[in-house]
Design a protein around this ligand. Structure first.
Ligand code: ADP
Ligand code: F6P
Length: 324
């Protein structure tokens, strides 16, 4: 096994609260092992552009509480091609990098897998608010995003009950309903709508009308951005059906991606960053760190990027039961 003298770290895809503590943990763990760390700016765009910068422990001072990512992030189409990946590999070699840590979502981890397949040592760290990555109980950023969603739902309920309104709250999550399901359960929603469970408009109408008949002062629906039917359709249908409540829509959008990482995310990111460096030093490649219960385990990047992570049916049923 060749010694790792110089490694690189990057953040890629959608930013997530906790990416900074992860970068900090990587830089300081490497320093503790006398390994140099280069930060690659703006994900694969920076890799292709040769945007590498030496980072010391001082460069990651005061970032543990900051949202976003100091390394910045990007989406890059060129890196999806074989030519792009080979050019990326050339840039890593030009900078004498011995190993790479990629912090990002499933797309970013597919890029990491491509580099591993080209023979470059890579470790993946799951960072995405969507919680759509197979092989880890939680991704970095999910807990913070969920807390932001709950803060918004709590506030919306105040105005909803004051006006006897039905609020439809749309949350991010791409094609995954995790944030909407948990946001719905913990925010006390009357219904949730997620991509994994297309729901007929008539069913939603029944739920809201029932809530009105029961004398509830308001109603709340949490809708994942990728759900069917779409939020706008639901709003128009409920308005037309005269459900009793006036209907209002709030799309939380990118607000959910911002803000200071929670204690949970800081700890998760720190543990994952430390473990990622250790794995590189142990000579491992092509794996992703993953939270398995209380343990920090690993799964292959191949599995992490090809296996489908499902929102548990158990939680979907729990949401329905508790909304009654
Ligand atoms: P996320 O990592 O948050 O899921 P994306 O899906 O946009 O975000 O992926 C981030 C970047 O990862 C892409 O812009 C691209 O550069 C790279 N990437 C995505 N899919 C692949 C792939 N199949 N092969 C190589 N690189 C990929
Ligand atoms: O993957 C994270 C995420 O925030 C998704 O929830 C969302 O669909 C997407 O990124 C939004 O991407 P962009 O920031 O490019 O608009």
């Amino acid at each position: 096994m060749s010694k790792m003298r110089r490694i690189a770290v990057m953040t890629s895809g959608g930013d997530a609260p906790g990416m900074n503590p992860a970068v900090r943990a990587v830089v300081r763990t490497a320093a503790a092992h006398d390994v140099e760390v280069y930060g690659i700016r703006q994900g694969y765009t920076g890799m292709l552009g040769g945007d590498f910068e030496l980072m010391t422990s001082r460069d990651v001072s005061g970032i543990i509480q900051r949202g976003g990512t100091i390394l910045q992030t990007a989406r890059n189409q060129e890196f999806k091609t074989t030519e792009g990946q080979e050019r990326g590999l050339r840039r890593l070699n030009e900078h004498s990098i011995d190993g790479l840590i990629v912090i990002g979502g499933d797309g970013s981890l597919r890029g990491a897998l491509a580099l591993h397949k080209l023979g470059f040592p890579v470790i993946g760290v799951p960072g995405s608010i969507d919680n759509d990555i197979w092989g880890t109980d939680m991704c970095i950023g999910v807990d913070s995003a969920l807390n932001t969603i709950l803060d918004a739902i709590d506030k919306l309920r105040d105005t909803a009950s004051s006006h006897e309104r039905c609020f439809l709250v749309e949350v991010m999550g791409r094609n995954c309903g995790y944030l909407a399901t948990m946001g719905g359960i913990l925010g006390g929603a009357e219904f949730i709508l997620i991509p994994e469970h297309p729901t007929p408009l008539e069913e939603i109408d029944d739920i809201i009308k029932e809530a009105y008949m029961k004398g509830k002062s308001h109603a709340m629906g949490v809708i994942a951005e990728g759900a069917t039917p779409k939020t706008k359709e639901v709003a128009e249908y409920l308005e037309a059906q005269k459900v009793g409540f006036e209907v209002r829509v709030t799309v939380l959008g990118h607000v959910v991606r911002g803000g200071s990482p929670t204690a949970f995310d800081r700890l998760l990111a720190t543990r994952m960053g430390v473990r990622a460096v250790e794995l590189l030093l142990e000579g491992q490649s092509g794996v992703m760190v993953g939270l398995h219960g209380r343990e920090m385990g690993t799964v292959s990047l191949e599995d992490a990027t090809t296996k489908q992570r499902e929102v548990s049916e158990y939680f979907v049923e729990m949401a329905e039961m508790l909304a009654k």
